[in-house]
Design a protein around this ligand. Structure first.
Ligand SMILES: Cc1cc2nc3c(=O)[nH]c(=O)nc-3n(C[C@H](O)[C@H](O)[C@H](O)COP(=O)(O)OP(=O)(O)OC[C@H]3O[C@@H](n4cnc5c(N)ncnc54)[C@H](O)[C@@H]3O)c2cc1C
Length: 462
């Protein structure tokens, strides 16, 4: 248990006049609207909600809670927001790609990866026990039925979330930098293109010939005859995830309802019966009324002492970023190269290319051969439209659940401990929606979506 006197010394922003009244009114008005989450979410004290993790997911959760009048303390081990997986991802809000990785076809890909015959899928830390247990659960999700259920959850979360983006920019007073013109899924292999388009279902998707693609996106001409065709997804958006997260934190910081604690690692949670009373950090405890874990790949490590371990495995990916020399030589629409399995996007005068799903445990190293793969693709596809001498490279660990959807909801054993983690390859896409859903559930509001979380015995899922 925490030392109460030490806890009381922890400095938090003082409550504003009238705040308690607002809060109790809020609690009364939302009571009995949602049986599952009603009585045990916000406590009646003036204590803030601690959000652990200032990636895109934790930051959007902070925004949603603050919008509802809640006080938040946002804690991160790094020196600013979006320091880890939200830092240099592709930035595509990929509604058209919201498909669970676990599928009947994935079994063959995993087997080929194990013998080194899948260029975009690597297993470099096979002896990791966490990988074996995660892998077993992943394989259980590879049936057609499970794939359909999981993809449906991802699609609903993605669409809901993407549709909140413009309003969020406006609310926060941010520049309208994200673009909502759609995205492309390109094929360099005719058989793959034919198979995909034959089974194509879904609103807002249009099959496009090579000629039509070159008409709407002339910068693809350097792909030459390699380009066989593509699918246009009108619901996709694109923007710089890190910039959006940083700007959101900056804006929210202007409010007296947010306290940020950067460079502070959470080392444990203090419990009293079925409530979390404080978050222990490497610089002392922080008292709180509720906790949201938005801790990405580090979630299992933090929760193990509490008796539950979310199955979130780090799936490593790489990105390279190039300054654009000729804006006409790079595409305006983001695209996923479905044959070589790379994602490409441009924003802020940069071209970003991401690739590879690698099972390497928590290793974040950047091997030369991975950088070379990105370099070769960019030289081949965009030539001199970018500057090649000052590219920057990055690796990130996608927090990935076996089924695909994130863990979203309240931890069954605790009345005030919530989880919003495990967004895999779609964390930027789903972040705004997941933040809203958690805030709705914590406040006992009717949820905008139901049955979207990855299920688990320890979780009361949304
Ligand atoms: C190569 C690549 C390309 C991608 N492309 C896309 C894309 O185009 N579109 C898309 O939607 N998604 C994409 N993603 C996925 C997306 O980046 C992630 O899903 C998303 O960033 C996860 O966000 P998060 O906030 O959950 O995790 P993170 O951004 O990793 O944030 C978690 C935070 O928790 C903090 N933390 C953890 N434990 C503690 C602790 N004990 N104490 C204090 N702080 C703690 C960490 O410091 C970290 O800042 C891509 C990912 C990769 C790797």
């Amino acid at each position: 248990m925490a030392d109460r006197s030490r806890l009381c010394r922890t400095l938090l922003t003082p409550r504003q006049p009238g705040q308690r009244e607002c809060l109790s009114h809020h609690i009364t008005s939302v009571a009995h609207r949602n049986e599952t989450f009603m009585s045990n979410t916000f406590d009646s004290s003036d204590q803030p909600i601690a959000i652990i993790g200032a990636g895109v997911v934790g930051t959007m959760t902070a925004r949603s809670l603050m919008k509802r009048g809640r006080r938040v303390v946002l804690i991160d081990a790094h020196d600013g927001p979006a320091a880890l997986c939200s830092r240099a991802n592709a930035g595509i809000m990929a509604v058209g790609h919201a498909d669970a990785w676990a599928s009947p076809g994935a079994v063959g890909s995993v087997l080929r990866a194990l013998v080194g015959r899948e260029p975009a899928l690597k297993v470099t830390r096979l002896a990791d026990p966490a990988l074996w247990s995660w892998g077993t659960a992943f394989l259980r999700n590879c049936t057609g039925k499970a794939h359909h259920r999981n993809s449906d959850r991802l699609q609903r979360l993605s669409r809901y979330s993407r549709n909140l983006l413009s309003a969020a920019e406006a609310d926060l007073g941010l520049p309208q930098d994200t673009r909502h013109d759609g995205g492309l899924y390109l094929f360099q292999n005719q058989a793959q293109f034919d198979t995909r388009t034959a089974s194509l279902t879904g609103d807002g998707l249009e099959v496009m010939s090579r000629e039509r693609l070159l008409e709407i996106e002339p910068a693809l001409r350097k792909m030459g005859d390699r380009l066989k065709g593509g699918i246009f997804s009108q619901e996709d958006s694109v923007g710089d995830c890190r910039l959006f997260t940083q700007r959101t934190v900056e804006t929210l910081r202007g409010s007296n309802r947010l306290q940020v604690c950067f460079n502070r690692r959470v080392t444990g949670l203090h419990r009293n019966g079925n409530r979390i009373t404080a978050v222990e950090t490497d610089q002392g405890p922080v008292e709180c009324g509720a906790v949201v874990l938005a801790t990405g790949v580090e979630t299992p490590q933090l929760t193990r002492p509490l008796g539950f371990v979310p199955q979130i495995y780090p799936v490593k990916g790489y990105s390279g970023t190039w300054q654009v020399r000729d804006p006409d030589g790079v595409p305006r629409l983001p695209f996923v190269d479905e044959t070589e399995l790379l994602a490409v996007a441009t924003y802020g005068g940069k071209l970003r290319v991401t690739a590879i799903a690698e099972f390497a445990g928590m290793d974040r190293s950047l091997p030369e051969n991975r950088k070379r793969l990105l370099d070769t693709y960019v030289r081949r596809t965009f030539g001199d439209a970018v500057y090649h001498n000052n590219a920057t490279y990055w690796s990130g660990l996608r927090p990935t659940t076996p089924g695909g959807p994130p863990f979203l909801g309240r931890v069954r054993r605790y009345d005030n401990l919530w989880v919003n983690a495990g967004h895999g390859q779609l964390g930027w896409t789903m972040s705004l929606g997941c933040g809203e859903l958690i805030a709705q559930a914590m406040g006992g509001e009717p949820g905008a979506l139901r049955d979207v979380s990855e299920p688990a015995r320890w979780l009361v899922p949304i």
